[in-house]
Design a protein around this ligand. Structure first.
Ligand code: ADP
Ligand code: 5SP
Length: 491
């Protein structure tokens, strides 16, 4: 009996790795394997051992193949989508010289400010790199490492992002893609290559960096015999260039040049992100003007505090996360990890507006409101970056696609609907990043367009929840507290 080819999409995100065994013809998700990895560090430090990502990738692939009952010899391609921005520094044998500094490590905030000034201010950065350096951007971490651990930067034989570190372990080739490269701060979205002026500013030698493939679905190489042994897969199968996790989610949703454009997405995971795919190169100092995985662009706003921060508040209150009710007069800015949008790297959480009759359930609801407000506030800027007027009725009526772990929670969906006043589409599959990577893997194996494939698979489909009346009072209450507290949160 003829069997369908299978592909494996890997989502190597902040808290865990997920591997999706997917039918390459239909996009059916046969099984998802999961393996956690650790994030360590206190104060502003957030680090992970890249070797743990590699071990977790093997465990997740093994678990997914076993659960699917799949014949590994049917697998024709694999691709990795990873948490963005992490700085991986390797020795000549491809071993990490130190743990990776992650996207939510805020120690490099002073270096971000200095680099912004050194190039002549924010607009000079967006003109080249598409984004203004904040502590999340990889370039600021490289600068921090140069200043604080010069022996490591001097010994560096290779500099990688999380996804291209894993891709290289799979196929032995040093390859990245435009999407994840555009989060480094040394890749120019204006020219589609590494920027010599930025590399010079950072004292970073281009030979340390991977080649940039044309798209995330381009074939980076073939699975090596060693990787095939480690994963239980056939050697020689296609390994795609892969991409960043947000870019991969866009592919999984069918967003990009050959799919939907200018449709907003809200992702609720460790980070909160809001983005849309567009063909216009973004150039806003208020956003990250990323490239997408397929040659289009991905203007994106990102917060550091989303599901983990709200879950922490629930834990402190001794409540289940679903016991939240609207916050009433209480306002919680749950900036437990500092914040990125707005740029408040040393901020801590803030609670205000409590009365004698304030309930724990309201305090939890206020934490949801604070986290949802912070990321939703970037939505209008994303729409403007797509050349849209956010106030135009047709644009205001566009539903939000809601993804990430938080999209599975009732309290999250109801808070987002109430604060945005928009209809919300929750894709049936909770694994859009891994499914996007599966489409990239299929593209590398067959040469087909990954966004077109994901669109045909229908992986972004799901029920549309009706809009509810926008809670403008809650919105204004949080906005007013944030505006007034900003000077204090900056110190
Ligand atoms: N049903 C749910 N309701 C609310 N939050 C959830 C639910 N399921 C998972 N989460 C949260 O989602 C987060 C994981 O989401 P995910 O998008 O996988 O994160 P990441 O990609 O950053 O690793 C966890 O912090 C978890 O608390
Ligand atoms: O830094 C960003 C986007 O710019 C984050 O979105 C990271 O890519 C981490 O993603 P998650 O682990 O939250 O999915």
């Amino acid at each position: 009996m003829p069997r369908s080819p299978l592909v494996i999409g890997v989502d190597s995100s902040t808290q865990s790795t997920k591997a999706a065994v997917t039918d390459a013809a239909t996009g059916e998700l046969l099984a998802v394997g999961r393996a956690p990895h650790r994030v360590t560090g206190d104060g502003g430090a957030r680090e992970s051992d890249p070797e743990e990502w590699w071990t977790a990738l093997g465990e997740a692939v093994g678990a997914a193949l076993a659960e699917a009952g799949a014949d590994p010899s049917a697998v024709t391609g694999i691709a990795v989508a990873g948490q963005q921005h992490g700085l991986v520094v390797l020795d000549g044998a491809g071993r990490p010289l130190r743990p990776a500094m992650l996207w939510n490590d805020t120690r490099s905030a002073p270096q971000a400010t200095a680099l912004t000034d050194a190039l002549g201010g924010p607009a000079s950065w967006t003109a080249r790199a598409g984004s203004v350096p904040v502590a999340s951007i990889t370039a600021t971490k490289w600068q921090w490492l140069r200043e604080n651990e010069p022996a490591v930067t001097k010994a560096a034989a290779a500099v990688r992002l999380p996804h291209d570190f894993l891709t290289e372990r799979l196929c032995g080739e040093a390859v990245t893609d435009p999407g994840d490269a555009s989060g480094t701060g040394w890749y120019a979205t204006a020219t589609g290559g590494y920027d010599p002026v930025l590399l010079d500013l950072l004292h970073l030698d281009e030979p340390l960096l991977p080649a940039v493939a044309a798209t995330g679905g381009a074939r980076a190489g073939s699975l090596t015999a060693a990787a095939a042994d480690a994963l239980g897969l056939p050697s020689g199968i296609a390994v795609a260039a892969g991409t960043g996790d947000n870019m991969s989610a866009a592919v999984g949703l069918g967003l990009g040049g050959q799919g939907l454009l200018d449709h907003p997405v809200l992702s609720l995971g460790t980070s909160g992100t809001v983005f849309a795919a567009t063909t216009t190169r973004p150039d806003s100092v208020a956003l990250n003007g990323f490239a997408a995985a397929d040659g289009s662009y991905l203007p994106l706003g990102c917060t550091l505090n989303c599901t983990l921060a709200v879950d922490k508040v629930a834990q402190l209150l001794g409540l289940d996360r679903e016991e939240a009710v609207p916050g009433g007069e209480a306002v919680v800015l749950p900036y437990l990890d500092g914040e990125r949008t707005p740029d408040l790297p040393t901020a801590a959480g803030l609670l205000t507006g409590i009365r004698h009759d304030t309930t724990p359930q309201q305090l939890l609801g206020a934490a949801y409101e604070g986290a949802a407000f912070t990321v939703l506030r970037a939505l209008d800027e994303v729409l403007r970056a797509c050349g849209l007027d956010p106030a135009a009725p047709e644009v205001a009526a566009r539903p939000l696609r809601l993804i990430g772990g938080g999209a599975q929670g009732r309290a999250w969906t109801s808070t987002v609907r109430r604060l945005s006043g928009r209809a919300v589409i929750v894709p049936r599959s909770g694994e859009l990043v891994a499914l996007g990577a599966a489409a990239l893997a299929a593209s590398a194996a067959t040469g087909e367009d990954p966004v077109g494939l994901a669109t045909a698979w229908g992986t972004g489909a799901g029920p549309e929840l009706e809009p509810v009346e926008r809670d403008g009072e809650a919105w204004e209450r949080v906005a007013s507290v944030l505006d007034r507290a900003t000077p204090a949160l900056l110190t």
